[in-house]
Ligand binder design. Structure first.
Ligand code: G3D
Ligand code: MG
Length: 177
């Protein structure tokens, strides 16, 4: 039997400068292929990954949506941006506590459009350990409120970046099967 294939759309949400664009860049690296949709204020990238599953795994064709200009991200655009998303990476900056506090609003905005889809919480900039103000307990608390996993990532060193996207893909694949 042929390996199973899936197309999935995922979104990254979080305040400006938490590292969303850098995380995506780090993840897609060699497969740099993206498109800026100026009318939406969003950028779309693609990458194929394989996750565990029957018959040697499942090939997942990921379309990754990145918000540009979080501040001016209008209510009307949220609908189009989040529409059809099957998974979400909710990103905060470990050196700025308010970015975790604000994540609740972002997640609520997505869930309103997508319904209950898999979400993984990322505490980014883990390389700046000495400037960390968001604790493991803080991040875990936010994630657990949604029954979601969390990870400490660094787009700078690459730590846990691949893991984060793969984890989300795996959750989406499991949900679909
Ligand atoms: P955004 O897309 O969420 O708005 P960006 O955030 O990806 O544009 O990143 C915002 C700034 O944070 C950038 O710095 C970027 O280099 C930095 N950054 C992103 N991820 C990390 C990380 O894991 N560790 C560290 N130390 N910095 C990170 P500049 O100075 O270019 O604005
Ligand atoms: Mg960005």
């Amino acid at each position: 039997m042929d390996r199973q294939k899936m197309k999935v759309k995922i979104c990254l949400v979080g305040e400006g400068a938490v590292g969303k664009t850098c995380l995506i860049r780090r993840f897609i690296q060699d497969q740099f292929d993206d498109r800026y949709i100026s009318t939406l204020g969003a950028k779309v990238s693609k990458k194929e990954i394989r996750v565990d599953g029957p018959n040697g795994g499942i090939d997942i064709d990921m379309t990754i949506w990145d918000i540009m200009g979080e501040k001016g991200f209008r209510e009307l655009l949220k609908e189009a941006y989040f529409h059809g998303a099957q998974g979400v990476l909710a990103v905060c900056d470990l050196t700025r506590k308010e970015t975790l506090d604000d994540l609740g609003d972002w997640v609520a905005a997505v869930v309103k459009v997508t319904g209950n889809v898999p979400i993984a919480y990322l505490g980014n900039k883990y390389d700046l350990k000495d400037q960390m103000v968001v604790s493991r307990a803080d991040l875990q608390g936010a994630a657990q409120a949604h029954g979601s996993p969390y990870l400490f990532t660094s787009a700078k060193t690459g730590e846990n970046v691949e893991v984060a996207f793969s984890k989300l893909a795996q959750m989406i694949a499991q949900r679909a099967s």
